[in-house]
Design a protein around this ligand. Structure first.
Ligand code: ADP
Length: 609
């Protein structure tokens, strides 16, 4: 059934009831009044008839003329029609008409009972007189033989009808006025009932629209007690719902924040293999905006057969799984530790699943580096140890007796021991730098670059002299940078040692310090070691700063190199927020440059974290 507004339910009902009541009252009043009036008239005519009945009886025994005259005159005087009818229904006299012309009245409804000895009444429209008449007939003894006849009296009831009509009109007017008043009153009451309900409805609608920032309170003034109570209950309910919604929104935001900031890639999938949600990490992993994938089929988003297989298995069997899956992104392999976990609702019914992927690529790379490093260190240490062991055993086996060979072997043992010492020294240096870096113990003090280059030169002067290599220093005196002097000096010494080691005798090595400024106005200090040595082939350049990397292994070892010098330089540059770069042309020479951020004017000492 169609819903009707409360107003239209109350208002027409009230007006309808009023109209029906008014009509009923009017009908009752009209009918009862008329009946009462007619009854009263009946009685009156009967009494009039009884009054003249003896006279009629007497006169009917005598001559006809006085009899006729009496009937006519009495009728005129009393404004009543008088008719005398004999037992056969023949009209003997009539006050208004010529009785001789009148038809038989024996069958008239009022005459019939009178001829039978009763009083008869009738109410009808008289064709003769053209108006409504009330008839009353009583028995009468006529003539000398006293035979039974009927004396009929009739009066017009038109005035009564006119009066009743006027009464009806008045009642109609009163009825209309009462109905109008009732309509106005019911309109006001219907409004009073429906308006607060309307307000409550609007309040509830706003609540359903989730406008929690605009909680509408229903104003209960001018309301009935019941309505005010209902409004108060709704207000209270709205407040509670509002509070709960806020809590839910807060919890949702918290979950959202956790979900999106998770480092692991998380994808929620429903039972129909459609994406419910995907966090930022997953969106980045699959190269898709997280909003776009909502509701999409997993096949269109995750294009990896192993992952799709895992998803299908978990959804079908409702079982968790864990696997390592390799995904290719831009041609690069990404190793993912993948967990597929079924999602269940409170009744343990399957709702879908969660795919959680942890990128192990970095961890894997670090693990590989660690393994390589351990293998490299072992190998580097093993070589001199094996040599030392071999020569010492040879000596013990009798070579000691051969003075010349014994001396030669012992010299080799010393050289290998020095190499061991150098490797351990370099390893310790690296580990110390890392350790101090971790403990934030590396103090940087703004210092001039020139003295650092001079000091490195002094340290390597003996080696330079041995190889008759001229080392020149070119440095701008104003060049200052925040530095840890021992470390930067160590880095320059390592580069200078390499230059001296790998350059031919009699060549030239330059230590240069110069400044620069980039587009953003940031200033830098560059410390370069330039040699005219053999240079380095292009293919070695990308790996040159790795630990134990050497271009020519045997040559490096022969020269007493450990393969750690450049990685120490790189690390020192790193703790200064700087870099180290190499430019080299085989056959022409190499330029190694340490770049450090320049000191800002009056920069205080800072600690690198
Ligand atoms: P090493 O102890 O072997 O010198 P480094 O880490 O200092 O180890 O250097 C790595 C390798 O880079 C060296 O083995 C050498 O082959 C090459 N190299 C370093 N500096 C120079 C240079 N100035 N000229 C030519 N090759 C160099």
């Amino acid at each position: 059934m169609r819903n009707i507004r409360l107003f239209w339910q109350i208002f027409p009902a009230c007006v309808g009831i009023t109209i029906v009541s008014m009509l009923l009252v009017a009908w009752l009043a009209a009918t009862t009044g008329r009946e009462f009036y007619i009854d009263h008239l009946k009685e009156e005519i009967r009494e009039r008839a009884l009054l003249i009945e003896p006279t009629i009886a007497v006169l009917s025994r005598g001559e006809d003329r006085p009899f006729q005259d009496f009937v006519r005159q009495t009728g005129r005087r009393a404004a009543t029609r008088i008719t005398v009818v004999d037992a056969g229904g023949v009209v003997l006299a009539d006050s208004n008409e010529d009785h001789a012309l009148m038809d038989n009245h024996g069958k008239r409804p009022e005459v019939e009972p009178a001829l039978a000895g009763e009083t008869g009444y009738a109410l009808r429209h008289s064709r003769t007189l053209g108006e409504s008449m009330l008839y009353a007939a009583i028995p009468v003894k006529l003539g000398a033989d006293q035979h039974r006849g009927a004396l009929r009296l009739a009066i017009a009831i038109t005035p009564v009808e006119t009066m009743l009509a006027a009464l009806h009109q008045k009642m109609l007017a009163i009825g209309l006025a009462v109905t109008a008043l009732a309509a106005l009153l019911s309109l006001a009451s219907a409004r009073r009932i429906s308006r607060p309900l309307e307000e409550m409805k609007q309040g509830a609608e706003q609540l359903t629209k989730g406008r929690i920032d605009q909680l509408v309170k229903i104003n209960s003034e001018h309301m009935s007690v019941e309505m005010a109570g209902l409004a108060a209950s709704i207000n209270k309910m709205a407040e509670q719902i509002n509070r709960r919604i806020r809590v839910i929104i807060q919890q949702r935001n918290e979950l959202e924040a956790v979900f999106s900031s998770m480092a692991d890639s998380v994808v929620a999938i429903d039972a129909d293999q459609k994406i419910i949600r995907m966090n930022q990490a997953a969106a980045t992993l699959f190269n898709l905006p997280s909003e776009v994938v909502k509701g999409k089929a997993v096949e269109g988003v995750i294009r990896n057969a192993y992952l799709l297989e895992m998803i299908a298995f978990t959804l079908t069997h409702n079982l968790p799984q864990e696997q390592k899956v390799t995904l290719f992104k831009g041609g690069e392999p990404i190793l993912l530790q993948t967990h597929a976990v079924p999602l269940r609702d409170e009744d343990s019914k399957s709702m879908g699943m969660l795919l959680v992927m942890n990128d192990l690529t970095k961890l894997n790379r670090l693990e590989n580096i660690r393994q390589d490093f351990v293998a490299n260190v072992s190998h580097e240490l093993k070589t001199p140890i094996t040599a030392i062991k071999g020569y010492v055993e040879t000596l013990l086996d009798g070579a000691l007796d051969d003075q010349d060979n014994a001396r030669r072997f012992l010299a080799i043992v010393v050289r290998q021991a020095n190499r061991l010492d150098a490797i351990v020294d370099d390893l310790l240096t690296l580990s110390r730098i890392e350790d101090r870096e971790k403990k934030e113990e590396i103090r940087l003090v703004t210092s001039a670059a020139g003295p650092v280059l001079e000091s490195a030169l002094q340290t390597c002067a003996v080696l330079a002299d041995e190889k008759e290599i001229v080392v020149q220093v070119e440095c701008d005196e104003a060049l200052h940078a925040p530095m840890n002097l021992p470390l930067v000096e160590q880095a320059v010494i390592n580069l200078l040692k390499n230059a001296l080691t790998y350059s031919p005798s009699g060549s030239l090595v330059t230590l240069r310090g110069h400044g620069s400024r980039n587009m953003q106005g940031e200033e830098f200090v560059h410390l370069s070691v330039i040699d005219n040595g053999p240079g380095i082939a292009k293919e070695h350049l990308p790996r040159l700063f790795e630990r134990f990397y050497r271009c020519d292994k045997s040559r490096s070892r022969d020269q007493g190199g450990t393969g750690l010098g450049l990685s120490i330089v790189k690390h020192i540059a790193h703790v200064h927020n700087g870099t180290v770069e190499v430019e080299s042309t085989p056959g022409k020479g190499s330029t190694f440059t340490i770049t450090l951020p320049a000191a800002k004017p009056e920069q205080p000492a800072i600690v690198v974290s």
